[in-house]
Design a binder for this molecule. Structure first.
Ligand code: PBG
Length: 325
């Protein structure tokens, strides 16, 4: 054999041949776009640490949803910033809560979008933790009951999928049970199954006004050092009835996404979180990175790692760029 035996560059000579052997194709159909609903009318307030991301009142959310659907993005996930907070996050499951109102408005407008809701208490509690506090820590079982009520109220308002993000033990089963008992056995659960206790949620906590007032979330979210435990969480959630499982954050946990994708037979989602977004935006604003290029590269990497669905604040821009291509 003449030297060199292998010339992989043969398949990289021009765009047409590269496109023939490309292994991963990103599409707007892969994206889920996060939205923050707040009280009021005509409110569209930019989040300081997340340029291009806004807290929006229900009317603005509906307008935004039309654009999201037009871009070919199939789903949004709603987070609520309630009128008022208390110890047990009672606004989370109110019929007139912001999220419930937003769901009804989107459905009334007949927008062709899957409406996913984030099910958690941290945006609704005065202390900012993801559940009720007993003896200085989040009490698991009483919290699970409240989360089930919250999920049911979202579905009663018209939510298509519920996504618990609290990391309490047993919440997927409790949500599945309450939905089934109320004739919503056809509504899927997307569980934040392997959710790490991450510094990359910083900007989100400004967006959702949900930073814990004392301590941190280490007693319920996962230790970033753990891989085997992620598999336990994921398999456990599937056993409890999760239809889709999520790994979160995405970029520092691509190894976990791959491992989960190899191990399960349900769709895998990954959350490209607020800090991952802000980091890129900050570097781009200093002209240190080319935004379009790095964003498409990052999202492609998350998909290549094994994510079938990507929750990302870049969804709208990426969908536009993919259409231009
Ligand atoms: C609520 C929740 C968080 C995120 C999604 N749902 C924050 C947290 O756990 O503190 C983070 C999303 C992001 O950073 O973009 N529990």
């Amino acid at each position: 054999m003449p030297f060199p035996m292998h010339r992989p560059r043969r398949l990289r000579r021009n765009e047409l041949i590269r496109s023939m052997v490309r292994e991963t194709a990103l599409s707007p159909a892969d994206f889920i776009y996060p939205l923050f609903v707040c009280p009021g009318k005509g409110v569209k307030k930019e989040i300081r640490s997340m340029p291009g991301v806004f807290q929006m009142s229900v009317d603005e959310i509906v307008r935004e949803c039309r654009e999201v659907a037009r871009l070919g993005i199939p789903a949004i996930i709603l987070f609520g910033i309630p009128e008022a907070k208390d110890e047990i996050g009672s606004h989370a499951s109110m019929e007139q809560g912001v999220v419930q109102q937003a769901i009804r408005a989107i459905k009334r407008a007949k927008i062709n979008l899957i409406v996913i809701t984030d099910v958690c208490l941290c945006e609704y509690t005065s202390h900012g933790h993801c559940g009720v506090i007993e003896n200085g820590d989040v009490a698991n079982d009483p919290t699970v009951k409240l989360l089930a009520d919250e999920a049911l109220s979202h579905v009663q308002a018209g939510a298509d999928i519920v996504a618990p993000s609290d990391m309490m033990d047993g919440r997927v089963r409790a949500i599945r049970e309450i939905l089934d008992e109320n004739d919503f056995s056809n509504v899927p659960i997307l569980s934040y199954a392997a959710k790490y206790c991450s510094g990359f949620y910083g900007p989100f906590r400004e967006a959702a006004e949900s930073a814990p007032k004392f301590g941190d979330r280490r007693s319920y979210q996962m230790d970033p050092a753990n891989r085997i435990e992620a598999m336990k969480e994921v398999l456990n959630d599937i056993e409890e009835g999760a239809d889709i499982v999520m790994v979160k954050p995405a970029l520092p946990y691509l190894d976990i996404i791959r491992e989960v994708r190899n191990a399960v037979n349900v769709p895998v989602a990954a959350y490209n979180v607020s800090g991952e977004y802000s980091m890129v935006k900050a570097a781009v604003s200093k002209r240190w990175l080319d935004e379009r290029r790095v964003v498409l590269e990052l999202l492609t990497s998350i998909k290549r790692a094994g994510a079938d669905l990507i929750l990302t604040y870049f969804a709208k821009d990426a969908a536009k760029w993919l259409k231009e291509k």
